[in-house]
Design a binder for this molecule. Sequence first.
Ligand SMILES: NC(=O)c1ccc[n+]([C@@H]2O[C@H](COP(=O)([O-])OP(=O)(O)OC[C@H]3O[C@@H](n4cnc5c(N)ncnc54)[C@H](OP(=O)(O)O)[C@@H]3O)[C@@H](O)[C@H]2O)c1
Length: 331
Amino acid sequence: MTFEALVIDSTEPRVSIRSLTQDQLPGEGDVLVGVEWSSINYKDALAVTSKGKIIRGEMPFVPGIDLAGSVIHSESSDFSEGDRVLATGWGIGEKHWGGYSQVQRVSSKSLIPIPSGLSTRDSMIVGTAGLTAMLSVLEIENHGLPITSGEVLVTGATGGVGSFSTMLLSQAGYQVAASTGKSSARDYLMSLGATRIVERSELENGAARPLDRGEWSGCIDSVGSKTLESVLSRCKAHAVVAACGLAGGHELNTTVFPFILRGVKLIGIDSNTCPVARRITAWSRLSELAGNVDLNSLAHEVALSGIVEASTQLMKGGITGRYVVNLQSGA
Ligand SMILES: NC(=O)c1ccc[n+]([C@@H]2O[C@H](COP(=O)([O-])OP(=O)(O)OC[C@H]3O[C@@H](n4cnc5c(N)ncnc54)[C@H](OP(=O)(O)O)[C@@H]3O)[C@@H](O)[C@H]2O)c1
């Protein structure tokens, strides 16, 4: 039986849709998954457009760091045929073949059951971006930031991580200021729960001075570089900042003053290697969210054949929310 996959190769055509058979899948995993939905994250867009060195496996390679579907066959006692499962991170789509294939072999250690409150499609609207936002909110909560402490800033707010961060912080009761470079996104961000819009240009030139007027009690930052530098200088005493992205650059020039004079906490977030128990906690919270909000309002749906164009748009920073990939519709 053949199935379709988006394959990246070292020779032309570099990206193509190919018909594969099960014996062409690398033999690393103990669970065969019928992939129904995947998504396009920043890392996927870098891989598909060759703008970043994301793929660490041998060519040819199937990218896609997220996948969700049903178990076709399992050699693991943890999963049975028909179970609804999802996988994000653990090197899937980077080192191991990923979600842009209608069938994939996955290690049972990378899989978790899809929570009953989430449809398989919704789990991929969430995907790595939503998981990262949830892990960031959990850190902010675990570091004891009261919901009455004032505004929590979200940078890159219309992106996948930013949209979920805005929504999740608002649902958790925080007052959210959303920073965006898109002047047309005001209504979208307000609909997610933001109460104030901050122009991206206010942050992207870096800190005016090492310590500025304290404005924010916390931040989820998916931009990095000068934006994070600026945020750190403008945090209130005992603010909690979750650093999870680099859409604006990977470097960070700052001083120790926010940390030693205001007790600002800078927390790193890595969804890729996040331990299973923490993932399950995060996904459980995410499934509660699905009952309260319209996840579909964040989604743009594409088929396998739409991934290249969608990735190009994502790299231009031109979309709001999340791309979900429908693998049931064929190429
Ligand atoms: N740590 C982790 O585990 C983890 C997991 C997932 C993603 N990430 C990282 O998080 C970042 C965002 O990922 P994503 O999937 O949300 O990507 P995305 O959907 O493309 O969103 C990125 C957003 O950042 C803003 N932006 C883009 N270019 C910018 C620039 N030059 N300067 C300032 N802002 C810019 C834009 O929002 P506005 O137009 O609203 O400003 C854009 O929509 C990426 O760096 C990604 O690698 C990390």
